[in-house]
Design a protein around this ligand. Structure first.
Ligand SMILES: [Zn+2]
Length: 428
């Protein structure tokens, strides 16, 4: 029993050339890509792609799923006020059940906009993992460690991170992997970073961290560590383990070199960085240095959407606006960041549409009034299309969205559960 996707437009070569093809999917992988009609076996599901754009699923490589509960709670305020007066007090009220329903809300939004894989950092990770298992997408999950010292509290934070890895790595038929997340240089002390690196080495999991997000963070690191964040963390061997670093907005040329040499993957979060007034990452310099740069939305409290099509558009437009060069970060390249580079950073999922790849595939209908005529599918996807143009999402060979209907999440139930929680969460 497999799936035959007929008549889809797919990128069929490295240079992004697209062609109308038929795809066969079996046992979670792509087994045939052919311009000619494919034989259909008994029990196969045959789907007419109707000329839709088929591409590898979008990878949202930096998220905080439950923060959709705080979407719009405090907009247009300074970062410090946002965190101290709104987000942190609301987070103190979160229960494990709140986190579960908030995560499902995010996952519903993500699947409906073409995301097949995420990297998430938060707490109540058991609830997040249960939601991810239910949604049936791929995820690299981690407990966000916040601790000044490796004292009793610091040790308990490391213990929670270890428990998340031991409980969830490889679960959901391997669709769930784990990482370890010392939150950032300003929220974790040296001893905590060292313990996190030891744990990552011990468990063979990557680090997923925030890095050089704000000017204040850089100034703080220079004052407290005597060096800028990348140099400071490099000096204690943090990047000796595979690292997924969100943001890297304020990095020097020397730091870009270090990031490249250490093989750190950078996750660019253009909309969150812009909305919080933090600037934007030097994406072209990072790519030119050979760094694997993926894309992420960050949490819904600072974005406020988790739509990777919009994130691609923002990434490309911001680079063009800031460099004054319209050839910067073209549509195909930014799509590669959102697909192949994200999958490379997380070490699983589809990197391209070809035989042997994981069957994480999305279909996007580019024939709507918002998108047509689709002269060039990558351009249409990045500059014109919207989440509502995503019609089908396949993860590991199974539909999770079919004809715009979620198959793994009860949307009405999620909306009901979230609505009855927001009053308590936003209390003064
Ligand atoms: Zn973040």
């Amino acid at each position: 029993m497999g799936i035959v996707l007929e008549n889809v437009i797919a990128p069929v070569s490295e240079d992004g050339t697209t062609n109308t093809v038929n795809l066969r999917i079996k046992d979670g992988v792509i087994t045939r890509v052919d311009e000619h009609p494919l034989p259909v076996s008994r029990g196969d599901t045959v789907v007419d792609g109707g000329g839709k754009f088929a591409l590898p699923g979008l990878v949202n490589a930096h998220t905080h799923l439950p923060m959709s509960l705080f979407r719009g709670m405090a907009d247009d305020v300074p970062l410090d006020t946002w965190l101290r007066d709104h987000i942190w007090p609301a987070e103190k009220r979160l229960t494990a059940d709140d986190v579960y329903w908030g995560s499902l809300l995010s996952l519903a939004e993500m699947i409906k906009s073409g995301t097949t894989q995420i990297a998430d950092m938060y707490f109540h990770t058991n609830s997040i993992a249960r939601a991810v298992s239910k949604a049936r997408i791929r995820a690299t999950l981690s407990y966000g460690i916040v601790a000044d010292k490796l004292d009793e509290h610091g040790k308990s934070q490391i213990k929670r991170a270890r428990e998340t890895i031991e409980r969830w790595d490889g679960e959901a038929s391997g669709r769930i992997r784990t990482a370890i997340s010392p939150h950032a240089i300003y929220t974790c002390g040296r001893g905590v970073w060292a313990a996190a690196v030891d744990l990552a080495q011990d468990k063979h999991v990557p680090l997923h961290i925030h890095l050089s997000e704000t000017r204040d963070e850089v100034a703080w690191a220079v004052k407290e560590w005597g060096q800028t964040p990348v140099m400071a963390l490099d000096s204690i061997g943090v990047f000796s383990v595979p690292t997924i670093a969100a943001h890297c907005v304020h990095v020097t040329a020397q730091e870009v070199e270090i990031i490249a040499q250490r093989g750190v993957s950078v996750i660019h979060c253009p909309k969150s960085n812009a909305k919080l007034g933090n600037g934007h990452a030097p994406v072209v310099s990072l790519l030119d240095a050979g760094i694997n740069v993926g894309l992420g939305t960050d949490g819904a409290a600072s974005n406020n959407s988790q739509d990777m099509i919009e994130e691609m558009r923002m990434a490309s437009l911001l680079q063009k606006a800031s460099t004054g060069d319209p050839t910067t970060l073209p549509a195909q390249e930014v799509t590669m960041m959102a697909t192949r580079n994200g999958a490379n950073a997380l070490g699983m999922g589809a990197r391209e549409i070809s035989v042997g790849q994981d069957a994480d595939i999305i279909l996007v209908d580019l024939s709507g009034v918002d998108a047509m005529p689709a002269y060039e599918p990558f351009s249409t996807l990045v500059y014109a299309a919207h989440a509502c143009d995503v019609t089908d999402v396949i993860v590991a060979g199974q539909f999770v969205l079919r004809d715009r209907k979620l198959l793994t999440i009860d949307e009405e139930k999620v909306k009901y559960e979230v609505n009855r929680r927001i009053g308590r969460l936003s209390e003064d």
